[in-house]
Design a protein around this ligand. Structure first.
Ligand SMILES: Cc1ncc(C[n+]2csc(CCOP(=O)(O)OP(=O)(O)O)c2C)c(N)n1
Ligand SMILES: [Mg+2]
Length: 403
């Protein structure tokens, strides 16, 4: 695969000198990391690789180290997770097209190095909140494929018991799935405030898109987070397009990592999973060391439209999508590392692909056979158990439910 996409810098970059000559552009090849030592025998023995010198750019801070330690196990786990969440999204796509999923459905195919890279570099103590493009995070953060697909199908087995539908997927360390553009950013700041207040060793990652980045509430959240030095990483998934328009047409400054004013920022190659994970590790260490919030922009790409109702080809060319798919795909990039470094063979990886397909097919079947919610359950799961009001009004004034 060849590196094609380059974002040119138009801003002066503060640097401490380390790798400064290379920090002027960012490339989004998925396979430009180099092996620097022989791969050890042991599956969990660390070995060193070197990221491409244009993997990161920095605003008012240093770039993360380009020297990264990985293990065979960690790379294979990333591969398995990426193919599994992609397969899940492909199944959701098929279910939507066969009219079994109705309403909204936003897929993250193409952006897997962000979700899987993020999860690989954080712990169960950390918190994540994102926009509507949320299915992979829900699964990686303690949910299940059956739970996600079941919710999209509106079945009892869904993560909100089939009563929420698209985006209504949460776990104790994943706060959803949020449909109001940008609204999850102040919520993320609030979660990180709670974590700081409770003195938990927890970093919060609040994700938003390039389109959401122009919302006023995003800047309000930045301000309060910096004022209180909250342990919050504001993660911009810059997939270069919003809902029907390009970043260039909607943002006066498309260098999203520089938009935090006094909050420093990192821009990272969001197509190379090793670079993505390294950026997250850096960001996590930053906020947990008490330095306050950090902006982390991933330059990534979504293959599909904004949602299922958007063909995604009216504001960009089919050729561009095809070029990104064929030259910078995050899964193919990791596959390239695994095979070239002799970690596993193509046949081994095909075995992982097959197992992922079987796992997803089984989960989809379980979701499909689950019944729709019972009518009487319309009254449950509205309030936290034990805090319900004595009565609740239904669709008509006369329809009153007594708890
Ligand atoms: C407050 C609000 N305004 C508008 C919308 C409609 N809307 C949904 S997504 C979107 C664009 C978001 O683009 P981006 O943040 O880049 O995310 P992406 O879809 O590319 O992941 C818009 C305008 C909304 N859901 N909420
Ligand atoms: Mg976008």
């Amino acid at each position: 695969m060849a590196s094609l996409a380059r974002l040119r810098s138009h801003i002066p970059l503060k640097s401490t000198g380390r790798l400064a000559p290379f920090a002027r552009s960012l490339q989004t090849a998925a396979d430009s990391t180099q092996l620097v030592q022989r791969v050890p025998e042991g599956a969990s023995t660390p070995f060193s690789v070197k990221l491409h010198e244009e993997s990161f750019r920095a605003y008012n801070t240093d770039i993360p180290s380009l020297d990264v330690e990985v293990t065979k196990d960690s790379l294979l786990k990333m591969y398995k997770d990426m193919v599994t969440v992609r397969r899940m999204e492909q199944s959701a796509d098929a279910l939507y097209k066969s009219k079994l999923i109705r309403g909204f459905c936003h897929l993250a195919i193409g952006q897997e190095a962000v979700s899987v890279g993020l999860e690989s570099a954080i712990t169960k103590e950390d918190m994540v909140i994102t926009s509507y493009r949320c299915h992979p995070f829900a699964v990686l953060r303690g949910g299940t494929i059956t739970g996600v697909i079941g919710e999209l199908l509106g079945r009892q087995v869904g993560m909100s018991n089939g009563k929420g539908g698209s985006m209504h997927i949460f776990t104790p360390r994943f706060f959803g799935g949020n449909g109001i553009v940008g609204a999850q950013v102040p919520l993320g700041a609030g979660i990180s405030f709670a974590m700081k207040y409770l003195e938990r060793p927890s970093a919060t990652f609040a994700l938003y898109g390039d389109g959401a980045s122009n919302q006023g509430q995003v800047f309000e959240a930045f301000n309060m987070a910096k004022l209180w030095d909250l342990p919050c990483v504001f993660v911009c998934e810059n997939n270069k397009y919003g809902m029907g328009t390009s970043a260039e047409r909607s943002s006066s400054n498309t260098e999203y990592f520089t938009r935090g004013d006094k909050i420093p920022g990192i821009q990272a190659n969001g197509m190379d999973i090793i670079a993505s994970a390294q950026a997250v590790k850096y960001a996590r260490d930053w906020v947990l060391s008490g330095k306050g919030p950090l902006l982390l922009e991933f330059v990534t790409y979504r293959y599909g439209g904004h949602s299922m109702s958007d063909p995604g080809t009216t504001y960009r060319t089919r050729e561009e999508v095809q070029r990104m798919r064929s030259t910078q795909d995050p899964i193919r990039g990791l596959q390239h590392y695994i095979e070239e470094w002799g970690i596993a063979s193509g046949a081994d990886l095909k075995g992982i692909d097959k197992a992922a397909k079987e796992e997803v097919d089984k989960a989809v079947e379980a979701a499909k056979t689950s019944p729709v919610p019972r009518t009487e359950d319309l009254w449950t799961d509205i309030y936290y158990k034990g805090t319900e009001p004595p009565i609740m009004r239904g669709r008509e004034r006369e329809e009153v439910h007594v708890y």
